[in-house]
Write a protein that binds this ligand. Sequence first.
Ligand code: PEP
Ligand code: MG
Length: 543
Amino acid sequence: MNVFHGKGVYGAVAIGRASVFSRQSTEVRRIRITDPAYELSRIESAKAQALEELSAIHEKALREVGEANAEIFGIHMMMLEDDDYNDSIRSIIETQSVNAEYAVAVTSDNFAEMFAAMEDAYMQARAADVRDISNRLIACLTGGTEAAAQGTDKRIVCADDLAPSETVSLDKERVLAFVTAAGSANSHTAILARNMNIPAVIGVGQAFLEQLSDGVLLIVDGHTGDVYVDPDEETQQRMEQKMAEDARKKQLLQELRGKDNVTLDGRHIHIFANISGVDSIGAVLANDAGGIGLFRSEFLYLESEDYPTEEEQFTAYRKVLERMAGRKVIVRTLDIGADKQIGYFGLDKEDNPALGFRAIRICLTRPELFRTQLRALYRASAYGDLGIMFPMITSESEVQQCLAMCKQVQNELQADGLPFDPDTELGIMIETPAAAVISDRLAPLVDFFSVGTNDLTQYTLACDRQNPRLEPFVDTHHEAILRLIEMAAQNAHKNGAWIGICGELAADVTLTETFLRMGIDELSVSPPFVLPLREQVRSLRIE
Ligand code: PEP
Ligand code: MG
């Protein structure tokens, strides 16, 4: 048994088999293995699956594009069966003791280079084909493919790091837990793990991956951040007990469903939930959140191959509002950039992306994009209690431009005869120190503030939230952050606005009393934290 330590980002335990996440093109990892026969058997089943897929494609092509055009898939099947190609894969696994994916990737490079160097144009063109069949084979070998989907067991996904777009494209029904070698507690991958209600440990270090292979038994303890590889009997029993305790506590919390978020001396606070997509509504309702305090709308864009249309967005927002049946739903407008990159936006690479062209800066520079989203939102406003909020605000002028765009969209919808709610609440995120410091000027412009403590912390303490090396320097309770929140709360209330907190700090029960004393009106947290927070509120006396 080996134990690795990282940061637990969602407190629960998972026991299961590892699935090493590998990016399917150039980024195949070289992993040392001890059981070449197992890797060879994986190759055989992946090959069988790839041949089956190719045969189906071949038949479809024959029906739809004719024999001449379909021939290429016949050639691909032959190449997959080619002796030289298969001998190369086998010999790399056996002589170098490496994983199947890596052996396929090296074979692919060698054969493609060999074909590309040939005189004959026909043979040169085979370079692309060999890459194509190799990518298919690698895809069949790795977790997210049909090979995994055919199995019945859930897996523990292990990766060097996961980009938010990769995390959202994983089949959530099949993920027992996450372990990443890199990553930090406030990264969006960590936030997604919390939202998805699954145990996760991040930042365990590269050594973990170097000795890991697919199928190894793991225990992930999201409470302590410990990851046990090939655990002994005693550890397994201890962890099974911990899982049983977790289940008991969860059961007890269920008794708080339907109860008020009220302190012993009668102070009420709203507890809402954060979501990243329509899929999470079930968790919001199961945990009895009073509303949605943050819908990270950029995930609609991240999950899609191209800009989601007004109609597609309208359908998603309307669905959330309808399912929330009159409870408040606050949608944050597009917040991409920094760690949330989307290929089709064609954004330039930046040296300091967290301080770069992101969020509202992109929307104000590309008004058509902004307008499409706001039209979809206002149209959806007719179906429930919508709030719209704008991220990464630093100035009055940005807020005024947002409000002008909202006005323009309202006028257009009126002219088009489309229903919308003209009283839709408009708010801004307080996630830059600038916004907190000028909150006296911003509050009169809006209906509400929502404090994004994840970014507010990174900008106030000058600590990149993506950088795990900085974790020891990130004091989330730093007085500077608390003073900025208090300042924003006072300025909101002086100007008739309300204020919530939707960053991860909202779920920190050691601060609930402080937030209540500041007069915070709403806390919005990942769905599994709603009931623990309610429990904390109900145990406090504020006056
Ligand atoms: C925040 O910054 O605290 C926040 C809620 O937004 P995100 O984590 O999506 O940047
Ligand atoms: Mg933010």
